[in-house]
Design a protein around this ligand. Structure first.
Ligand code: CP3
Length: 345
């Protein structure tokens, strides 16, 4: 790893080392809340942007240049693996991701391909292109979806509020659910190892829909696959961040999968949760993203209160409990980043 990146606030915090202030990056930091994102988005489709390394690098660099955050996250999507496996993926304005060929039967599951890492070469190329632009300025985070979250999109054929089809599958036909999850897991291990090989400095696994699961079902249908993924990575020095909505409840299981960092949603008291984890696991989070609808002073006060509570902790990265929303004010997000950079423990 480049010397400057190795000594960066983000990498040090991810390795549970001391930092003078919390490093900051935000989920969905390159996106629709930025006018500059729309300038690109108006010319290309979302998938074109993901699949063209120069465009993916352009978008990845927007928050680096405009917000001056402490880590970049590669512009892509958690569903590109599912597309490579055979999902017919599209993103429609206002609808979100859609698969026109949802996976619901044994035949559908059998048709999913697992030798697909070559099809995802564009992501490795985007990592290389972005790293050449970053030139050691800050670390680059790569990512993938956790198998349960990816499964839910494949089975539902898109986003869902009630997970009806996913739960029907899990409970009525657990063998089939496990077959699909195993296939996603294999692809995800190859895919993340490809990203490490291409030069990412950290990886985040997104289990956005873990919150839909009971403790037992989380253990059976999510946790064991995340554990298998983390165990299957050629980690070298690359810290692994495990994010889940529902993470404040599932943190003890998440810790057992042995990530370097657990990214926590905003329901938890972060300090209490951190103190309950085994030593050597850092935490990331956990500002309520919807604070950004309040006034600047309120936002700053909440952030500093969170930071004051984390004093004396080695291993804390600031983030939101979930992603930036398209209608957040860029000006307020920038204000928050500046306030974070002024803070000292
Ligand atoms: O964080 C970043 O800035 C990096 C890029 C990134 C995107 N998606 C860009 C994106 C990352 C890390 C993701 C992960 C992702 N994708 C997750 C996990 C994180 C989370 O938010 O829970 C999930 C569940 C997805 C699936 C997905 N992709 C959804 C549900 C949507 C639609 C969202 C919506 O509100 O419409 C997407 C599309 C998407 N992914 C956009 C972006 C910038 C919007 C695309 C557009 O401009 O239309």
């Amino acid at each position: 790893m480049n010397q400057n990146v190795e000594n960066s606030l983000f990498i040090r915090a991810a390795q549970s080392k001391q930092t003078e202030r919390p490093p900051v990056w935000m989920m969905r930091q390159a996106g629709r809340f930025m006018p500059e994102y729309w300038e690109i988005k108006n010319k290309y489709s979302f998938l074109e942007m993901c699949k063209t390394p120069e465009l993916a690098a352009d978008v990845t660099m927007l928050p680096v240049d405009l917000l001056d955050i402490d880590a970049a996250i590669l512009f892509s999507d958690i569903l590109v693996t599912a597309e490579a496996m055979g999902g017919d993926l599209s993103f429609e304005q206002g609808v979100g991701p859609r698969f026109s060929n949802p996976v619901r039967s044994k035949a559908d599951a059998d048709a999913l391909r697992t030798d697909v890492v070559d099809k995802l070469q564009y992501v490795a190329d985007a990592v290389k292109e972005t790293q050449s632009r970053l030139n050691g300025r800050i670390p680059l985070i790569g990512f993938a979806g956790a198998p349960f979250t990816v499964l839910s999109y494949l089975v539902e054929g898109g986003g869902t509020k009630d997970f009806k089809k996913t739960k029907r599958l899990m409970h009525n036909n657990p063998e089939l659910a496990h077959l699909i999850l195993s296939k996603i897991t294999k692809v995800t291990i190859d895919y993340l190892n490809m990203q490490i090989e291409a030069g990412v400095n950290a990886l985040q696994i997104f289990d956005s829909w873990a919150q839909a699961l009971s403790w037992d079902d989380y253990e059976e249908f999510s946790h064991r696959y995340i554990k298998e993924i983390i165990a299957g990575l050629n980690r070298q020095n690359v810290p692994i961040i495990s994010f889940g909505k529902g993470s404040s409840v599932f943190a003890p299981l998440m810790a057992e999968a042995k990530p370097d960092v657990i990214s926590v949603d905003w329901n938890a008291n972060l300090r209490t949760l951190k103190d309950s984890l085994p030593a050597g696991i850092a935490v990331q989070g956990n500002l309520d993203p919807y604070i950004f609808y309040a006034d600047k002073e309120v936002i700053k006060k909440r952030i500093y209160k969170l930071f004051d509570s984390m004093r004396g902790v080695d291993g804390y990265i600031f983030n939101l409990g979930h992603g930036i929303m398209p209608d957040f004010s860029f000006d307020k997000v920038k204000y928050a980043v500046d306030a974070i950079k002024e803070y000292r423990y």
